[in-house]
Design a protein around this ligand. Sequence first.
Ligand code: AVI
Length: 327
Amino acid sequence: TQATKSPVHFIDLAPEAESFEQAALAGLKAAKKTIPAKFFYDAHGSRLFEEICKQPEYYPTRTECRLLRDHGKDIGAAVGPDALVIEFGAGALEKVRLLLDGLDNPAGFVAIDISGDHLLLAAQELASELASANPDLDITAICADYTRLDALPAPLNTSPHRKLGFFPGSTIGNFSRADAVDFLKIMHHLLGPDGMLLIGVDLKKDPAILDAAYNDAKGVTAQFNLNVLRRLNTECGANFDLDAFRHVAFYNPDRNQVEMHIESLCDQSVTVAGTRIDFKAGERIHTEISCKYSIGEFADLARSAGWAPQQVLTDDQSLFSLHILRT
Ligand code: AVI
Protein backbone atom coordinates (compact mmCIF):
# COMPACT_ATOMS: atom_id res chain seq x y z
CA THR A 1 0.00 0.00 0.00
CA GLN A 2 1.11 3.51 -0.71
CA ALA A 3 1.75 5.87 2.18
CA THR A 4 -0.83 8.64 2.09
CA LYS A 5 0.48 12.21 2.36
CA SER A 6 -0.16 13.74 5.74
CA PRO A 7 -2.32 16.77 5.06
CA VAL A 8 -0.91 20.27 5.24
CA HIS A 9 -3.20 22.89 6.77
CA PHE A 10 -3.02 26.07 4.74
CA ILE A 11 -3.89 29.45 6.23
CA ASP A 12 -3.81 32.40 3.85
CA LEU A 13 -3.62 35.73 5.66
CA ALA A 14 -3.46 37.49 2.26
CA PRO A 15 -0.39 39.65 2.99
CA GLU A 16 -0.25 42.88 1.07
CA ALA A 17 2.82 42.65 -1.14
CA GLU A 18 4.81 45.89 -1.11
CA SER A 19 4.99 47.29 -4.61
CA PHE A 20 8.43 46.55 -6.08
CA GLU A 21 8.07 49.43 -8.53
CA GLN A 22 7.22 52.00 -5.85
CA ALA A 23 9.93 50.87 -3.44
CA ALA A 24 12.61 50.64 -6.14
CA LEU A 25 11.74 54.03 -7.63
CA ALA A 26 11.81 55.70 -4.22
CA GLY A 27 15.22 54.13 -3.56
CA LEU A 28 16.64 55.03 -6.97
CA LYS A 29 15.51 58.67 -6.72
CA ALA A 30 17.22 59.15 -3.35
CA ALA A 31 20.58 60.95 -3.12
CA LYS A 32 22.19 57.67 -2.02
CA LYS A 33 20.58 55.06 -4.26
CA THR A 34 19.20 51.89 -2.63
CA ILE A 35 16.96 48.94 -3.48
CA PRO A 36 15.67 46.88 -0.51
CA ALA A 37 17.21 43.38 -0.30
CA LYS A 38 13.86 41.66 0.03
CA PHE A 39 13.29 42.21 -3.71
CA PHE A 40 16.11 39.77 -4.54
CA TYR A 41 13.79 36.86 -3.94
CA ASP A 42 11.59 36.34 -6.98
CA ALA A 43 11.52 32.74 -8.28
CA HIS A 44 14.80 33.21 -10.21
CA GLY A 45 16.49 35.05 -7.31
CA SER A 46 15.43 32.34 -4.85
CA ARG A 47 16.98 29.70 -7.12
CA LEU A 48 20.19 31.75 -7.33
CA PHE A 49 20.24 32.04 -3.53
CA GLU A 50 19.94 28.25 -3.21
CA GLU A 51 22.87 28.02 -5.64
CA ILE A 52 24.90 30.49 -3.50
CA CYS A 53 24.34 28.18 -0.52
CA LYS A 54 26.14 25.39 -2.40
CA GLN A 55 29.23 27.45 -3.30
CA PRO A 56 32.43 26.38 -1.53
CA GLU A 57 33.12 29.96 -0.35
CA TYR A 58 29.66 30.42 1.20
CA TYR A 59 30.25 28.71 4.57
CA PRO A 60 27.06 29.73 6.50
CA THR A 61 24.64 27.13 5.13
CA ARG A 62 26.80 24.06 5.51
CA THR A 63 28.17 25.20 8.88
CA GLU A 64 24.66 25.78 10.26
CA CYS A 65 23.44 22.43 8.90
CA ARG A 66 26.39 20.70 10.55
CA LEU A 67 25.57 22.41 13.85
CA LEU A 68 21.94 21.26 13.59
CA ARG A 69 23.07 17.70 12.82
CA ASP A 70 25.83 17.49 15.45
CA HIS A 71 23.90 19.23 18.23
CA GLY A 72 20.38 18.00 17.45
CA LYS A 73 20.17 16.14 20.76
CA ASP A 74 21.49 19.13 22.76
CA ILE A 75 18.86 21.33 21.16
CA GLY A 76 16.23 18.66 21.88
CA ALA A 77 17.30 18.52 25.53
CA ALA A 78 17.19 22.32 25.90
CA VAL A 79 13.74 22.53 24.29
CA GLY A 80 12.08 19.53 25.96
CA PRO A 81 9.24 17.35 24.62
CA ASP A 82 6.14 18.23 22.57
CA ALA A 83 7.24 21.61 21.20
CA LEU A 84 5.38 23.26 18.37
CA VAL A 85 8.02 24.44 15.88
CA ILE A 86 7.35 27.70 14.04
CA GLU A 87 9.70 28.70 11.22
CA PHE A 88 9.76 32.33 10.12
CA GLY A 89 10.35 32.59 6.38
CA ALA A 90 10.53 29.13 4.94
CA GLY A 91 12.75 28.45 1.93
CA ALA A 92 13.35 24.84 1.03
CA LEU A 93 12.58 23.65 4.60
CA GLU A 94 15.76 21.54 4.59
CA LYS A 95 17.10 22.86 7.88
CA VAL A 96 13.91 22.20 9.81
CA ARG A 97 14.16 18.52 8.89
CA LEU A 98 17.45 18.42 10.79
CA LEU A 99 15.90 20.28 13.73
CA LEU A 100 12.84 18.00 13.86
CA ASP A 101 15.16 14.95 13.87
CA GLY A 102 16.73 16.07 17.15
CA LEU A 103 13.52 17.08 18.95
CA ASP A 104 11.63 14.87 21.38
CA ASN A 105 8.18 14.20 19.89
CA PRO A 106 7.53 17.60 18.25
CA ALA A 107 3.84 18.57 18.46
CA GLY A 108 3.72 20.14 15.02
CA PHE A 109 5.43 22.32 12.47
CA VAL A 110 4.25 25.71 11.26
CA ALA A 111 5.96 27.49 8.36
CA ILE A 112 5.25 31.17 7.74
CA ASP A 113 6.20 32.77 4.43
CA ILE A 114 4.99 35.58 2.21
CA SER A 115 5.23 33.46 -0.94
CA GLY A 116 2.21 31.16 -0.56
CA ASP A 117 2.64 28.93 -3.63
CA HIS A 118 6.26 28.17 -2.90
CA LEU A 119 5.49 27.61 0.79
CA LEU A 120 2.66 25.17 0.14
CA LEU A 121 4.79 23.11 -2.27
CA ALA A 122 7.69 22.97 0.20
CA ALA A 123 5.34 22.03 3.08
CA GLN A 124 3.70 19.26 1.02
CA GLU A 125 7.11 17.90 0.09
CA LEU A 126 8.13 17.92 3.76
CA ALA A 127 4.88 16.16 4.68
CA SER A 128 5.42 13.38 2.17
CA GLU A 129 9.03 12.95 3.26
CA LEU A 130 8.03 12.72 6.91
CA ALA A 131 5.04 10.48 6.16
CA SER A 132 6.81 7.29 7.22
CA ALA A 133 9.12 8.59 9.98
CA ASN A 134 6.69 11.02 11.61
CA PRO A 135 3.19 10.46 10.21
CA ASP A 136 1.41 12.21 13.08
CA LEU A 137 3.26 15.51 12.78
CA ASP A 138 0.78 18.28 12.05
CA ILE A 139 2.08 20.66 9.39
CA THR A 140 0.60 24.13 8.88
CA ALA A 141 1.62 26.60 6.18
CA ILE A 142 0.72 30.25 6.82
CA CYS A 143 0.99 32.73 3.98
CA ALA A 144 1.82 35.98 5.78
CA ASP A 145 4.43 38.71 6.10
CA TYR A 146 6.12 37.41 9.25
CA THR A 147 7.65 40.81 10.04
CA ARG A 148 4.14 42.25 10.43
CA LEU A 149 2.30 39.44 12.20
CA ASP A 150 0.76 40.60 15.49
CA ALA A 151 -0.84 37.28 16.48
CA LEU A 152 -0.76 33.66 15.42
CA PRO A 153 -4.01 32.65 13.70
CA ALA A 154 -6.41 30.17 15.35
CA PRO A 155 -6.06 27.39 16.36
CA LEU A 156 -2.31 27.96 16.91
CA ASN A 157 -2.87 30.94 19.21
CA THR A 158 -4.50 28.66 21.79
CA SER A 159 -2.14 25.69 21.39
CA PRO A 160 -1.10 24.35 24.82
CA HIS A 161 2.33 23.37 23.51
CA ARG A 162 5.58 25.22 24.06
CA LYS A 163 6.34 27.20 20.93
CA LEU A 164 9.86 26.98 19.49
CA GLY A 165 10.57 29.69 16.93
CA PHE A 166 13.16 28.83 14.26
CA PHE A 167 14.89 31.60 12.30
CA PRO A 168 17.94 30.05 10.61
CA GLY A 169 20.41 31.26 7.99
CA SER A 170 21.45 34.49 9.73
CA THR A 171 18.59 36.22 7.94
CA ILE A 172 18.50 38.42 11.06
CA GLY A 173 21.79 39.84 9.71
CA ASN A 174 19.92 41.32 6.74
CA PHE A 175 17.97 43.56 9.15
CA SER A 176 19.48 46.80 10.48
CA ARG A 177 20.24 46.48 14.18
CA ALA A 178 17.15 48.54 15.06
CA ASP A 179 14.91 46.43 12.80
CA ALA A 180 16.47 43.26 14.25
CA VAL A 181 15.43 44.35 17.76
CA ASP A 182 11.90 45.12 16.52
CA PHE A 183 11.59 41.72 14.86
CA LEU A 184 13.03 39.91 17.92
CA LYS A 185 10.28 41.65 19.94
CA ILE A 186 7.60 40.49 17.47
CA MET A 187 8.83 36.88 17.78
CA HIS A 188 8.95 37.25 21.58
CA HIS A 189 5.29 38.27 21.54
CA LEU A 190 4.18 35.57 19.06
CA LEU A 191 5.94 32.72 20.87
CA GLY A 192 4.32 33.53 24.20
CA PRO A 193 5.31 33.23 27.87
CA ASP A 194 6.85 29.74 27.63
CA GLY A 195 8.37 30.28 24.19
CA MET A 196 11.85 29.61 22.87
CA LEU A 197 13.76 30.73 19.81
CA LEU A 198 16.53 28.97 17.90
CA ILE A 199 18.19 31.58 15.72
CA GLY A 200 21.18 31.34 13.36
CA VAL A 201 23.64 34.23 13.57
CA ASP A 202 26.72 34.66 11.41
CA LEU A 203 29.83 35.59 13.40
CA LYS A 204 32.49 38.26 12.97
CA LYS A 205 35.61 36.78 11.43
CA ASP A 206 38.63 37.37 9.18
CA PRO A 207 37.33 39.80 6.50
CA ALA A 208 39.07 37.70 3.81
CA ILE A 209 36.65 34.83 4.55
CA LEU A 210 33.68 37.21 4.34
CA ASP A 211 34.91 38.85 1.13
CA ALA A 212 35.28 35.42 -0.50
CA ALA A 213 31.84 34.27 0.69
CA TYR A 214 30.13 37.25 -0.98
CA ASN A 215 32.33 37.18 -4.11
CA ASP A 216 32.25 33.51 -5.08
CA ALA A 217 34.51 32.50 -7.95
CA LYS A 218 31.64 31.17 -10.05
CA GLY A 219 29.91 34.56 -9.91
CA VAL A 220 26.62 33.28 -8.52
CA THR A 221 26.41 36.06 -5.90
CA ALA A 222 27.06 38.61 -8.65
CA GLN A 223 24.16 37.17 -10.68
CA PHE A 224 21.97 37.19 -7.55
CA ASN A 225 22.73 40.86 -6.93
CA LEU A 226 22.26 41.95 -10.57
CA ASN A 227 19.03 39.92 -10.80
CA VAL A 228 17.25 42.83 -9.15
CA LEU A 229 18.01 44.96 -12.26
CA ARG A 230 16.74 42.17 -14.51
CA ARG A 231 13.54 42.17 -12.41
CA LEU A 232 13.19 45.93 -12.90
CA ASN A 233 13.54 45.43 -16.66
CA THR A 234 10.92 42.69 -16.90
CA GLU A 235 8.46 43.91 -14.24
CA CYS A 236 8.78 47.71 -14.25
CA GLY A 237 9.56 48.54 -17.88
CA ALA A 238 13.15 49.54 -17.06
CA ASN A 239 16.04 49.40 -19.54
CA PHE A 240 19.11 48.57 -17.44
CA ASP A 241 22.01 47.23 -19.49
CA LEU A 242 23.27 44.52 -17.11
CA ASP A 243 26.73 44.65 -18.74
CA ALA A 244 27.06 48.32 -17.77
CA PHE A 245 26.89 47.53 -14.02
CA ARG A 246 28.96 45.32 -11.75
CA HIS A 247 28.50 43.48 -8.45
CA VAL A 248 30.43 44.91 -5.49
CA ALA A 249 30.57 43.22 -2.06
CA PHE A 250 32.93 43.89 0.84
CA TYR A 251 33.16 43.82 4.62
CA ASN A 252 32.72 47.26 6.20
CA PRO A 253 34.66 47.03 9.49
CA ASP A 254 33.22 50.29 10.86
CA ARG A 255 29.72 48.86 10.74
CA ASN A 256 30.57 45.16 11.17
CA GLN A 257 28.59 44.27 8.08
CA VAL A 258 29.04 42.89 4.62
CA GLU A 259 27.57 45.31 2.10
CA MET A 260 26.42 44.54 -1.41
CA HIS A 261 26.17 47.25 -4.01
CA ILE A 262 25.60 47.47 -7.77
CA GLU A 263 28.08 49.85 -9.40
CA SER A 264 27.59 51.74 -12.63
CA LEU A 265 30.56 51.25 -14.99
CA CYS A 266 29.98 54.55 -16.85
CA ASP A 267 27.95 57.75 -16.89
CA GLN A 268 24.53 56.62 -18.04
CA SER A 269 20.78 57.23 -17.84
CA VAL A 270 18.20 54.52 -17.32
CA THR A 271 14.42 54.73 -17.46
CA VAL A 272 12.43 52.99 -14.73
CA ALA A 273 8.63 53.07 -15.04
CA GLY A 274 8.86 56.24 -17.12
CA THR A 275 11.24 58.02 -14.73
CA ARG A 276 14.79 58.89 -15.82
CA ILE A 277 17.51 57.86 -13.38
CA ASP A 278 21.06 59.19 -13.95
CA PHE A 279 24.20 57.37 -12.88
CA LYS A 280 27.76 58.66 -12.69
CA ALA A 281 30.58 56.21 -13.46
CA GLY A 282 31.38 54.45 -10.16
CA GLU A 283 28.07 55.42 -8.54
CA ARG A 284 26.50 52.60 -6.53
CA ILE A 285 23.06 51.26 -5.61
CA HIS A 286 23.20 49.81 -2.09
CA THR A 287 21.28 46.52 -2.16
CA GLU A 288 22.03 44.58 1.05
CA ILE A 289 23.62 44.58 4.48
CA SER A 290 24.59 41.36 6.22
CA CYS A 291 25.48 42.21 9.83
CA LYS A 292 28.04 40.10 11.63
CA TYR A 293 27.92 39.76 15.43
CA SER A 294 30.12 38.40 18.17
CA ILE A 295 28.30 35.91 20.41
CA GLY A 296 28.15 38.50 23.21
CA GLU A 297 26.87 41.28 20.93
CA PHE A 298 24.02 39.14 19.68
CA ALA A 299 23.11 37.98 23.18
CA ASP A 300 22.92 41.66 24.22
CA LEU A 301 20.76 42.49 21.20
CA ALA A 302 18.41 39.61 22.12
CA ARG A 303 18.27 40.79 25.76
CA SER A 304 17.33 44.28 24.63
CA ALA A 305 14.31 42.71 22.88
CA GLY A 306 13.26 40.91 26.07
CA TRP A 307 14.84 37.50 25.44
CA ALA A 308 16.86 35.47 27.94
CA PRO A 309 19.85 33.79 26.23
CA GLN A 310 20.13 30.12 27.28
CA GLN A 311 22.81 28.45 25.22
CA VAL A 312 24.98 29.05 22.15
CA LEU A 313 26.24 26.41 19.73
CA THR A 314 29.17 27.17 17.47
CA ASP A 315 31.55 25.26 15.17
CA ASP A 316 35.22 24.72 15.99
CA GLN A 317 36.31 27.55 13.66
CA SER A 318 33.76 29.98 15.19
CA LEU A 319 32.26 30.72 11.79
CA PHE A 320 28.58 30.57 12.72
CA SER A 321 26.40 30.42 15.83
CA LEU A 322 23.01 29.07 16.85
CA HIS A 323 21.51 30.87 19.85
CA ILE A 324 18.88 29.26 22.04
CA LEU A 325 16.77 31.96 23.71
CA ARG A 326 13.81 31.91 26.12
CA THR A 327 11.01 34.42 26.37
C1 AVI B 1 19.76 35.39 3.29
N1 AVI B 1 20.96 36.02 3.81
C2 AVI B 1 21.22 35.57 5.18
C3 AVI B 1 22.14 35.95 2.93
C4 AVI B 1 23.35 36.63 3.59
O1 AVI B 1 24.40 35.99 3.64
O2 AVI B 1 23.22 37.75 4.09
C5 AVI B 1 21.86 36.60 1.60
C6 AVI B 1 23.06 36.66 0.72
N2 AVI B 1 23.53 37.72 0.12
C7 AVI B 1 24.60 37.42 -0.58
N3 AVI B 1 24.87 36.15 -0.40
C8 AVI B 1 23.92 35.65 0.40
